[in-house]
Design a protein around this ligand. Structure first.
Ligand code: SF4
Length: 430
């Protein structure tokens, strides 16, 4: 494959410079191909370089770099957070998964690509360092080395043309997500309502219309109509369905030590405890808070400081995914445009729930959400957004679609924020 030109690569404005925290080498397992494994096995180490004979581990039929019993990648020097491969053989000798991280690179329209930073990297969440666009030469090489091809086909485009997609995305960005006068929950509930209406109107709605005239008034109407959505009680089945999805976003199968029968039983028991009583997310992955939490408290305890909570980190994540077209097609389980948009918007209740879980783990009697809770929540949810084999199945994508029907979504968001207390700008009028 030839190296793509810079003009073929779309990189929304965001910054990244690695701080060397080592989180990625501790928390995530890096997938390696069989040819990469052979290449790594052929690296010549000295006697004082301690590299175990088994350099990979198999999880759900995929091969990953093995981790030491202490939990970090076998190639990480834990005291200095340095990669031994990088230190001895240079950056280019590392597996492609390590070289590309924390960028998410995907194919989009014909012969085009886009890049966003993964929010499971703390430096990305902090928007720290140099513009990602400054890494263009390396990104072009990554695209060539990854052998990316494909992109949006007519199925994922939902009958829309490239220009339609760009206009709709721009309108969501300018007329809804960037508005300073709307709360985050109004923006996201409005986004669900807008998806429903645009999908019904179809592509013909976009023909011959002037965006500057139509979209501001369309989204103004949507924002106003959010206040009139009928909010009923969140049913038990809806809670159970949401918790199921939440748990699936929290699972770090590759992060759990032990893959035998006993470990599986232990994990299943942990999932059932979270679903039905009081459970500990640490059983699903090491980055989660280590505390028993009553899962119903996530629905029943209101966020006490709801009006002060700043969700802008989350809104930035959504804006970046939109700008990069990384919410449908290859970047999101090959979902079609509108389904992908719904699935991106569904990450909001998941982020609220994760932030609340983190707050309740600190104090089981009350829920005061801090910036650290939001930082944790955005990182853990983005980790699996479009990147989990489990969540890519039809069962989960259908469930997400059902949870993003506007009335279901609105009552879920309302319930999570104020526990049905009707204290927010979005309140029922009936
Ligand atoms: S998690 Fe991000 S900042 Fe930390 S070492 Fe990895 S790439 Fe660097």
């Amino acid at each position: 494959m030839t190296t793509p030109s810079s003009r073929q690569i779309r990189i929304p404005e965001w910054n990244f410079s690695c701080t060397g925290c080592g989180d990625c080498c501790r928390r995530w397992h890096v997938a390696v191909s069989s040819s990469e494994k052979v290449r790594l096995q052929q690296l010549s180490w000295n006697d004082n370089d301690v590299i175990p004979p088994e350099i990979t581990t198999t999880i759900n039929t995929y091969e990953y770099l093995a981790h030491a019993p202490e939990g970090h990648c076998i190639y990480l020097e834990p005291e200095t957070n340095q990669c031994k491969i990088h230190a001895k053989f240079g950056h280019a000798a590392k597996p492609i998964g390590c070289r590309v991280y924390p960028y998410n690179i995907a194919t989009t329209f014909k012969d085009q690509y886009s890049v966003v930073g993964r929010f499971d990297c703390p430096a990305i969440r902090q928007n720290h360092g140099k513009p990602i666009a400054a890494a263009m030469p390396a990104i072009r090489r990554h695209i060539r080395d990854m052998g990316l091809n494909g992109g949006f086909d007519s199925f994922v485009l939902d009958g829309l043309e490239e220009s339609h997609v760009k206009r709709i995305v721009r309108a969501f960005y300018d007329c809804l997500l960037s508005r300073n006068d709307l709360t985050a929950d109004t923006k996201m509930i409005g986004a669900v309502l807008a998806v429903e209406r645009l999908e019904k109107l179809g592509a013909t709605f976009l023909c011959d219309l002037d965006d500057l005239e139509i979209f501001p008034s369309f989204f103004q109407r949507v924002a106003l109509d959010c206040a009139h959505i009928k909010i009923r009680r969140l049913g038990l089945f809806e809670r159970w369905r949401f918790l199921n999805l939440f748990i699936s976003f929290m699972r770090r199968d590759e992060d759990i030590v032990g893959k035998g029968f006993a470990s599986r039983c232990q994990r299943t028991a942990a999932i059932w405890q979270i679903l039905f009583t009081t459970g500990n997310l640490i059983e699903l992955g090491s980055e989660h808070p280590d505390a028993d939490v009553d899962s119903m408290a996530v629905f029943d305890l209101p966020i006490e400081n709801a009006s002060e909570v700043d969700w802008s980190l989350y809104v930035e994540l959504v804006k970046l995914r939109l700008q990069a077209f990384q919410f449908f097609g290859p970047a999101n389980y090959d979902l079609s445009f509108y389904v992908g948009l719904s699935s991106l918007i569904f990450s909001f209740p998941l982020v609220i729930a994760a932030a609340k879980w983190s707050a309740i783990a600190r104090d089981p009697q009350r829920c005061r959400v801090t910036p650290d809770d939001i930082d944790y929540a955005v990182g853990v949810i983005d980790h699996n957004l479009g990147r989990s084999a489990l969540l890519g199945t039809a069962f989960f994508t259908t469930m997400i679609r059902q949870m993003t029907e506007v009335e279901v979504y609105a009552r879920l968001v309302r319930r999570l924020i104020d526990a049905g207390g009707h204290r927010l700008p979005i309140t029922t009028t009936t």
